[in-house]
Design a protein around this ligand. Structure first.
Ligand SMILES: [Zn+2]
Length: 406
């Protein structure tokens, strides 16, 4: 039998499996569940968070003065009193969850459900799951995203990196990719040539060539964005990339990709990109640069490819078009940082993922963008690789009341 099987010709080289699917079905993938959170008492929840933040629920730094000590424990209030400054603090004081109204257990449950989504979980769904106000859960998950933007999407990558940009947002961005705004309809039924009046032959045209209608020089919709991604390849073969950084830009030009790469890559990095001319200068800026021409192949015979960057693009596309549906440009970097985190933690077990998420999000300090959200304090800018840019919200104008049908 084996001889017959060996003779069977292979029509194409089979893709090597990385084992991610096997991991998700394995026992190790789920070491923690909703029931474990349900079983926690209020004290147990405090200890759970204290342990993952400080490695101990007895000794910790005071968020007011920084004294590290075994502070006085107030059992009834579930708070500590500082031995240094005498102020009291809870396990969420000085973190993005400071001044919370929700009980800690409920926050943990919502964060757990949110962390388990493969490419995101909508705030509306969480609201239905947990019966809380939409703005409450929206601000809560955005605080987690803020933690990922400020705590996860930072730091320099090294080694072999893959970089790519994808079109996102903007009016009909997908059909109009690389086409100018207000392009002609192409789906009109065409009249066959032989039914038309024969055209008179025009005199040969003499003059400069037409300006390019398509491509990067064409005018783009003002609300279209390019999401740039850099991924560092792992050292273990066939396990994919291990670290991801994202950035949002108005276009994919030499200036924007260089700004992104010099922020997140060490000079010794070697880059793999597609054949886009924006990356042409990378050979001089970094230790190496290889390009793969995507109109011809996805991987050169020597293995040059940027498929790990494309893998992130695909997850982001699923998130934007299948989960969040209408993420605004203002918060696009936040959603992208969330997906970068999801991509990098794809092989962590559920318990480790929750702990990692909370540790990153709760170590960035107080929330800068979401404190007082329900009182009308909203972030007024979107984050681009070139800096911050003023952005308006999309909700109701201030003071406007919804129309009530009579
Ligand atoms: Zn203190």
């Amino acid at each position: 039998m084996s001889a017959v099987a060996a003779e069977k010709p292979k029509l194409f080289p089979l893709r090597r499996r990385t084992g991610t699917a096997a991991f998700h079905l394995s026992k190790e993938a789920v070491d923690f569940g909703s029931e474990d959170l349900e079983r926690l008492t209020d004290l147990g929840a405090v200890r759970f968070v204290a342990n993952l933040l400080w490695g101990s629920y007895k000794e910790m730094p005071c968020p007011h003065c920084g004294t590290i000590d075994e502070h006085y424990w107030r059992r009834k209030e579930l708070r500590w009193k500082c031995r240094g400054c005498g102020k009291t603090f809870s396990v969420t004081s000085g973190t993005v969850f400071a001044d919370r109204k929700l009980p800690l257990k409920k926050i943990l449950k919502i964060a757990y459900g949110w962390a388990n989504g493969a490419s995101g979980k909508p705030a509306l769904q969480l609201r239905r799951d947990w019966n809380v106000a939409y703005t409450t859960v929206f601000a809560l998950v955005h605080k987690l995203r803020e933690g990922l933007v400020r705590g996860f999407n930072t730091g320099v990558l090294c080694g072999v990196q893959e970089m790519d940009g994808m079109d996102i947002n903007g009016r009909r961005y997908r059909e109009k990719r690389n086409k100018p705004q207000g392009g002609k309809r192409t789906d009109k039924p065409k009249i066959p040539e032989h039914l038309l009046k024969p055209k008179e032959e025009a005199a040969p045209f003499i003059g400069p060539p037409d300006p390019p209608k398509h491509g990067k020089t064409a005018r783009q919709p003002a609300d279209r964005r390019i999401l740039l991604v850099m991924r560092q390849r792992g050292v273990v073969p066939r396990l994919g990339a291990m670290a991801t950084r994202i950035g949002v830009a108005l276009n994919e030009s030499t200036a924007t990709v260089t700004a992104m790469a010099t922020r997140f890559a060490s000079a010794e990095s070697r880059f793999n990109t597609d054949e886009d001319p924006a990356y042409a200068a990378f050979g001089k800026l970094f230790a190496g640069h290889k390009a793969v021409c995507h109109s011809e192949t996805y991987s050169l015979p020597d293995g040059t490819n940027n498929n790990q960057a494309e893998s992130f693009n695909f997850r982001m596309r699923r998130s934007a078009e299948g989960i969040y549906l209408s993420a605004s440009n203002k918060y696009l970097a936040d959603y992208a940082a969330e997906n970068a985190w999801r991509e990098d933690t794809r092989r962590l077990s559920t318990g480790k993922k929750l702990q990692y998420l909370l540790r990153v999000a709760m170590w960035v300090g107080l929330s800068r963008w979401w404190r007082g959200y329900r009182q009308g304090k909203h972030r007024a800018f979107e984050m681009l690789v070139s800096g911050e840019q003023p952005a308006k919200g999309r909700g109701r104008t201030k003071g406007a009341k919804p129309k009530v049908p009579c």
